[in-house]
Ligand binder design. Structure first.
Ligand code: ATP
Length: 233
């Protein structure tokens, strides 16, 4: 499989302050990664760094063979980084279908495919963004990213605040995107066990540094280690 993304000795932060230190990992096409760590560990900042929304102090980020640091944010999205931010950013005056069609880019994901994957969005296709439940908004946020036909999906705490039944549905969908569709995914998640069930590989951040990098199954099997790495300090 071809290399998709490679971070090398990345230090980044906000202005002069450094939040990520010496972060390095690589992913191939089709790889899935769970990004774990306590509150404030730097998980969201890592996704923001990929999107060009932090200051890169040191290191390099290679994206499909290109130097990502040279790319402005809007170009990063167009080049295949499918970012689903924590805040979801729905437009109150657009319908579900309009949210999807305005961002559509050519590729395997079409409106019909999205509606097959998210039947609930098909039912709600004429509803306005502000008339959706939290779960429906999250589905729309993911679906909207898929409509850009990304090479990687960056999910920031997709399950946060959602009812268990919606979480179950999203888990099924995210697993399918990774395992069946072969889409590369990075998922940031507070609930470590849930995240480990979504991705083949796990990286744990602590105070901006990588403190663990392994396959998800072995971390899931080592309960003591997992608790030590991710439970509140
Ligand atoms: N816009 C910002 N300006 C300055 N510092 C920030 C900013 N956003 C985050 N930080 C700091 O960066 C550090 C990492 O935060 P980040 O949100 O990346 O962590 P996280 O692991 O995603 O945590 P959480 O699970 O709470 O979202 C924290 O110390 C936070 O206070």
């Amino acid at each position: 499989m071809a290399e998709l993304l490679a971070l090398d000795a990345v230090s980044a932060g906000y202005g002069e302050s450094t939040v990520l230190e010496d972060v390095g990992f690589a992913m191939n096409e089709g790889d899935s990664l769970a990004l774990l760590g306590r509150n404030g560990a730097g998980k969201t900042s890592l996704l923001l760094t990929l999107m060009g929304l932090t200051r890169l102090h040191k290191g390099s980020i290679r994206w499909g063979g290109l130097d990502l640091a040279r790319m402005p944010t809007h170009q990063r999205a167009r080049s295949g980084l499918g970012w689903v931010p924590q805040e979801r950013h729905m437009f109150p005056s657009l319908t579900v279908e309009e949210h999807l069609t305005v961002v559509a880019r050519p590729g395997p994901w079409t409106l019909a495919g999205i509606y097959r994957t998210f039947p609930r969005l098909h039912e709600r296709r004429a509803n306005l963004g502000n008339a959706l439940s939290g779960g429906e908004q999250q589905m729309l946020a993911i679906a909207r990213a898929l409509m850009t036909n990304p090479r990687i999906l960056l999910l920031d705490e997709p399950m946060e605040g959602l009812a268990p039944i919606i979480v179950q549905e999203l888990v099924r969908i995210i697993r399918r995107l990774g395992a069946d569709e072969g889409l590369s995914v990075i998922v940031v998640e507070q609930h470590a066990r849930l995240a480990l069930s979504l991705a083949a590989r796990a990286i744990v951040l602590d105070r901006g540094r990588i403190v663990h990098d392994s396959d998800s199954a072995s971390l899931l099997a080592d309960r003591e280690k997992l608790d030590r790495l991710v439970s509140p300090a």
